[in-house]
Ligand binder design. Structure first.
Ligand code: G1P
Length: 297
């Protein structure tokens, strides 16, 4: 792929009903995994992959996400007065450089395809990355960095999606791909289906929520009809685009967590905490104590 991928889109307009009441007054993307909001983890992944412009598709009651990626004047002054230089330095590392974030709104909940289309003016006519903040992938290098590395080996104007295996009976919760021929670490995608019944799924390889897409997807989305669940589905638009452009799947390295589900979210917290040198030793002791008490030891 010749043209560099400089921009990433983060659809963050979802209501987060699965996490009520936690998400009644707070966006689900701000739920913390250890001490970083979900959205920060995903932005970190994009930054590590070399992304320069971060485009957030927000909705009502999501203003705090915009605030999160800005200076907090009062907090910083308070930290400065208390000589908390390490905390200040730490926070400033997280801040995207001025002018590198954009926010637009998805005014109606019409689905992922519609959310991406809402960002069309900010994306322009260049390839872009799309990262769903519900999904965390724990690995270094991150999932998007692995995808960009793989994309560099492919021809111009290709689309790359991250895929992973799930148990066959769970494919109906995801977009599912059909597997063609191998090319390096990737394979060609023969077909895609959004949330198929297990007996109709082309494989048990699902779309993880990381995409590198060509701008022509925006032209397809412009006239895309509603699909599964009455929503404008990105997967349907990708199927359409796959008639004229190649799509490749990459089985990335790392463990993914579906933080849109409570179990996935809790598992992410445990796994990320155990991955932290400053937290893991004490946390292990606590987990063991809880399990021992539950087991009646
Ligand atoms: C979306 C996509 C689906 C993908 C999934 C990954 O579904 O439409 O293809 O597999 O994200 O999490 P959603 O979770 O929004 O229903």
């Amino acid at each position: 792929m010749n043209q560099p991928v400089r921009k990433a889109v983060f659809p963050v307009a979802g209501l987060g009903t699965r996490f009520l009441p936690a998400t009644k007054a707070m966006p689900k993307e701000m739920l913390p995994v250890v001490d970083r909001p979900l959205i920060q983890h995903v932005v970190d992944e994009a930054r590590e992959a070399g992304i320069e412009h971060f485009i957030f598709v927000t909705g009502r009651n999501k203003g705090v996400i915009e605030d999160h990626f800005d200076w907090q004047f009062e907090l910083e002054m308070a930290l400065l007065e208390r000589q908390k230089h390490a905390a200040l330095e730490f926070m400033s590392q997280d801040l995207p450089i001025p002018g590198s974030t954009s926010f637009t709104r998805q005014q109606e909940p019409l689905g992922l395809g519609h959310a991406v289309w809402c960002a069309r003016e900010l994306i322009g006519r260049e390839p872009f990355a799309l990262l769903l903040p519900d999904v965390l992938v724990q690995h270094t290098p991150g999932c998007l960095a692995q995808m960009l590395e793989a994309a560099r080996e492919l021809d111009d104007k290709v689309n790359v999606v991250a895929v992973e295996e799930v148990p066959h009976e769970r494919v109906d919760q995801y977009g599912v791909v059909g597997v063609g021929t191998a090319k390096g670490k990737t394979f060609t995608i023969t077909t895609m289906v959004e949330k198929p019944r297990p007996e109709r799924a082309p494989s048990n390889l699902i779309l993880t929520g990381r995409y590198i897409l060509q701008p022509e997807i925006l032209d397809v989305l412009q006239t895309q009809e509603r699909g599964a669940g009455g929503e404008i589905q990105l997967t349907d638009a990708m199927i359409q685009l796959s008639h004229t452009q190649n799509f490749y799947g990459l089985k990335f390295e790392g463990r993914s967590f579906d933080c849109g589900s409570k179990i996935g979210f809790l598992a992410a917290n445990v796994s990320y905490a155990l991955g932290r040198k400053d937290i893991a030793p004490g946390f292990r002791v606590e987990i063991k104590r809880i399990l021992d008490e539950l087991n009646g030891d």
